[in-house]
Design a protein around this ligand. Structure first.
Ligand code: AMP
Ligand code: MG
Length: 364
């Protein structure tokens, strides 16, 4: 996803940012117009943020959106790698020289990130930053040729989450040249924070969305759970199916179409396999449904690296966590973990393309 920095850019990039892997559906059968949830949208953390509540609770909406807006602004100040004065930028500059005292939020995101790095055996790695920059993302330079093996190897040596030490309010790197990129988890963390704040304020029915990282509470309309469309990565105007969500469930998607560079006529996605140093090839999109947005965000990135076979094993170790994989190949295939069947309804045209992971049965 492109980084959006102004409302004008938002308007220009609208087709891009609405293409986050999930989309919000109000036009479901049986939904009368006055049932349509109301929402407020603004720019935060380089993408668009929104809060939705069932109609017609406009006053509650303004209150909740105001709270979420303040929280996201606070987090952006701490975690943005685009702001030289942010806590994360300071850690990246000085964390190899001495342990840095960090805020509770930064400490919690870093701890969560190392937890998911452990769980995915380093496929998700918050210290992947040097490789992300090498390939031309996050203010890196896009070259005419892919980086050579030596450049990849020397940057890969600076990557390793086990050398990021995080302990209750301080963090440090064990090697010079290391740095952290929280682009694969910070938005999910931010959504959880907004969700918890709104719950504390007494909100029951609402949805928070930050660039496709979504968490839902209660219902969207009379008797209705929140309906989230999962985008077809090859036809961005189509969805492959719908997720029915409520009770605090969260969803996130990582896609090869969200952000990429073109080198020598070939596209390279923004998700890097820390084991090889190369952008991931072979996956088009991974959607993860989980009990927190932090988990959904980190795992959608980590499972994108691992692919369906290894990725579904990670999911099987967790509680209420499910995944959907779309390989980068034609014809389109949709591979889902068994537990996702409870939440996912495929679009009619894709019903025959569903395969259940760990089983030869087709979707029933
Ligand atoms: P997402 O869109 O949530 O999948 O996050 C992708 C972003 O996470 C990229 O733009 C990078 O900033 C960062 N990233 C890339 N590769 C990895 C990785 N293997 N582990 C963790 N973060 C990554
Ligand atoms: Mg992610």
């Amino acid at each position: 996803m492109k980084r959006i920095t102004s409302l004008r850019a938002l308007a220009r990039a609208w087709p891009v940012i609405t293409s986050a892997g999930v989309t919000l559906l109000w036009t479901v059968a049986g939904c009368v117009p006055e049932d349509k949830p109301v929402s407020e949208t603004w720019l935060a953390m380089g993408t668009f943020a929104s809060v939705h509540v069932p109609a017609p609770d406009q006053r509650a909406l303004s209150h909740y959106a105001g709270e979420a807006r303040d929280l996201l602004a606070e987090l952006e100040e701490l975690l943005s790698i685009y702001r030289p004065e942010s806590e994360l930028s300071r850690l990246n500059r000085e964390g190899a020289l001495a342990a840095q005292v960090v805020s509770e939020h930064t400490s919690r995101v870093l701890e969560a990130a190392t937890n998911y790095a452990y769980l995915t055996r380093g496929a998700f790695d918050p210290t992947v930053a040097p490789l992300v920059r090498l390939w031309g993302f996050n203010n890196g330079r896009v070259c005419e040729l892919p980086p050579d093996a030596q450049a990849i190897e020397s940057n890969r040596r600076m990557v390793g989450w086990v050398h990021l030490v995080v302990s209750n309010r301080w963090a440090k790197f064990e090697h010079a040249g290391m740095s952290v990129d929280l682009g694969g988890i910070a938005k999910g963390y931010a959504v959880d924070l907004c969700y918890e704040r709104l719950r504390k304020l007494g909100a029951r029915n609402f949805m928070v969305n930050l660039g496709g990282n979504i968490r839902c509470a209660g219902i969207a309309r009379r008797n209705g759970s929140w309906k989230i469309g999962v985008r077809n990565p090859f036809r961005r105007d189509r969805i492959v199916g719908t997720l029915s969500m409520s009770n605090g469930l969260a969803v996130a998607t990582s896609g090869n179409y969200e952000r990429f560079v073109e080198i020598g006529g070939q596209r390279y996605t923004h998700i890097i396999d820390p084991r090889t140093g190369w952008p991931v090839q072979g996956m088009a999109a991974v959607t993860v449904l989980a009990t927190t947005a932090t988990e959904a965000d980190a795992l959608s990135t980590g499972l994108f690296v691992l692919g369906p076979d290894e990725g579904s094993k990670v999911v099987a170790q967790l509680g209420d966590c499910h995944a959907l994989f779309i390989p980068d190949q034609a014809p389109l295939r949709i591979l889902i973990t068994p537990g996702l069947r409870r939440y996912f309804t495929p679009a009619a045209e894709y019903a025959g393309s569903i395969e259940i992971l760990g089983s030869l049965r087709n979707f029933k």
